[in-house]
Design a binder for this molecule. Sequence first.
Ligand SMILES: NC(=O)c1ccc[n+]([C@@H]2O[C@H](COP(=O)([O-])OP(=O)(O)OC[C@H]3O[C@@H](n4cnc5c(N)ncnc54)[C@H](OP(=O)(O)O)[C@@H]3O)[C@@H](O)[C@H]2O)c1
Length: 276
Amino acid sequence: MANTVIITGASQGIGKAVALKFASQGYNVVLAARQLERLETAANEVRSFGGEALAISCDVKQPEEVNDLVQKALDHFGHIDVLINDAAVYYMGPVEEASLDDWHQIIDTNVFGYIHTINAILPYFLERGSGTIVNVSSIGGLDYIPYQIPYTTSKFAVTGLTKSLRAELSSKGIHICGIYPSFIRTRLMERALFRGKDEETVQARYKLLDTALNSPLLEKPEDVAQAIWKAVKYQKKDVIVGTANFWTTAFHLFPGVMKPVFRRVFGMSDRYQSKN
Ligand SMILES: NC(=O)c1ccc[n+]([C@@H]2O[C@H](COP(=O)([O-])OP(=O)(O)OC[C@H]3O[C@@H](n4cnc5c(N)ncnc54)[C@H](OP(=O)(O)O)[C@@H]3O)[C@@H](O)[C@H]2O)c1
């Protein structure tokens, strides 16, 4: 009997690459995101690998929709073996420009979205005495990066959630894994929130991230998918992906160098302010 994986944020980027990877390894795949049309396109790609795919429109901010997602996956496949929490939204800008609505959008998606799926699936995993939960965090959940504070706050929360879940649940047969990528070549920009003191700064930030995400030096979603696949297969705990190892090591060895660099790269409005 084929194993079943639920992946949130599966319509594009890392989530979609993970869906294709698990399908290629014989998994049934449940793909979740809000926009059903995109999700169906991704599901059709999964099916082209010969895998069974179920696309379910779900806003992870809504607990009822998440409960429904888990129930539909169980009704369709009869069992769930792996949950991969991936859906998230990025923020770039000074903290004082983040409205409470911005904070809610980031925290409600990136933190409560993960909590909702875990809350929905955990009773089932505990009853079975087995199951794997993978939380996609970020190096922003390990190192304190300025000008992304709602995002890094959310990712630090995911890191804490992951490590404390592991401390409590590993003795109950539940494998908990955290994944920490650096910047990855995806279309993260599409939903990201860009803020700044004026439109010029916002546009400059947009351009900065756009250029960074299109760099051929960055890893691809498939690299993260491979890391997640290995983490599930070999029951790894925390996986820092590829170049993220370099950045976290540099940050911890040379904080006096790295912190000003991050401030300078991301803190555009500060530079403009000091010019004016
Ligand atoms: N790309 C990077 O540089 C990078 C680096 C480190 C960590 N990460 C992490 O990796 C994960 C995936 O990133 P990515 O770059 O692949 O993102 P992405 O390309 O922006 O894709 C985000 C996915 O999440 C879904 N989503 C967003 N809000 C949702 C909601 N409320 N409910 C359900 N689905 C929702 C989107 O579909 P809908 O809009 O249709 O819902 C989409 O499928 C995230 O956790 C991110 O923080 C990314």
